[in-house]
Design a protein around this ligand. Structure first.
Ligand SMILES: [Zn+2]
Length: 303
């Protein structure tokens, strides 16, 4: 018996924008170096104040190193506080990560089951074809044997040489029958395996598709919000993926603290979305560098 696998189509995941519009308010009358300290760090982010300080120091050096200027200075208390503010934005990020990892695991189980299913279906096909040819060969032997028996019966019985040859042929036929039966059982077992694998896959796919639709409904689509903000007195960070994303957000907001506005190059730190910057090698773009050079050439008579 054949079982038809009905794998439901897996919905395509849309892209969740990792970027956000960063609202800000530049300060043009700061004195330099800008004094900063770590302020309130909500523990729900899983980032300690010490770690935030380390990432802020790295962010500071991204601005300072290329120009060799002392632009920021840690101080406590300092006029500029850096806070991690937890609300539904980061909560949603956590929920998304959790569901995404469940989806990835579901996708992996699906791949493993499909591989198993494919190889079991191949085996099933081979067994079916072997069984059919074995069955037809048995039938041919049986027909020939029956014809010989009928031939000799019509003549009142077989001579003893012929009789023993017929008995040997009969045993061979019995052996073939037994072998065919074993193959039938093996084929049935394989049919059952294919059936249970297809059931398991269908269940998994149904469950997966539900989760995908849940994921798509909750996380995919337009999602622009403030990831971080500089309001002149403090830098508040509301949402980030990982350390690199947090560092990138810090560099961006520190840029506002230096008095910089947004630029139009999507790979720049000071672009309004944090999306296309190189997170593995965070650095100032030519446009970012120009911002520093323009602002500080007056102050330092350099560049
Ligand atoms: Zn901004």
């Amino acid at each position: 018996m054949k079982y038809v696998l009905s794998v439901a189509s897996i919905a395509l995941l849309g892209i969740t924008p990792s970027c956000s519009d960063l609202s800000h308010k530049s300060s043009d009358n700061s004195s330099y170096p800008v004094k900063f300290s770590v302020g309130n760090v909500d523990p729900r982010f899983g980032v300690s104040p010490e770690k935030l300080r380390v990432l802020t120091d790295k962010a500071v050096s991204v601005w300072e190193e290329p120009v060799g200027l002392h632009l920021f200075e840690p101080d406590d208390p300092a006029p500029l506080k850096i806070n991690l503010v937890f609300d539904d934005r980061q909560q949603k990020k956590f929920d998304e990560k959790h569901l995404r990892s469940k989806l990835d695991a579901g996708g992996k189980s699906y791949d493993v089951l499909m591989q198993e299913y494919d190889s079991e279906v191949l085996l099933e096909k081979k067994l079916e074809s072997d069984y059919a040819s074995e069955q037809s060969s048995l039938q041919q032997k049986l027909d020939a044997h029956n014809a010989r028996v009928a031939y000799w019966n019509a003549r009142g019985g077989a001579p003893s040489v012929e009789f023993s040859s017929l008995s040997i042929a009969e045993r061979e036929i019995d052996n073939l029958r037994e072998s065919l039966e074993r193959h039938r059982q093996y084929l049935n077992k394989t049919n059952d395996n294919v059936k249970s694998l297809s059931d398991a896959i269908n269940n998994l796919v149904t469950d997966y598709n539900l989760q995908v639709s849940n994921y798509n409904g909750r996380f995919v689509g337009s999602r622009e919000f403030e990831k971080g903000a500089f309001n002149g007195r403090e830098i508040n960070i509301y949402e980030f993926d990982d350390d690199a994303d947090l560092e990138l957000t810090l560099i961006h907001e520190l840029g506002h603290a230096l008095g910089f506005d947004h630029v139009d190059d999507p790979q720049s730190i000071m672009y309004y979305k944090l999306e296309k910057q190189d997170r593995k090698n965070i650095h100032l773009s030519a446009q970012d560098l120009n911002l520093v050079k323009r602002k500080f050439s007056e102050l330092t008579k350099r560049f």
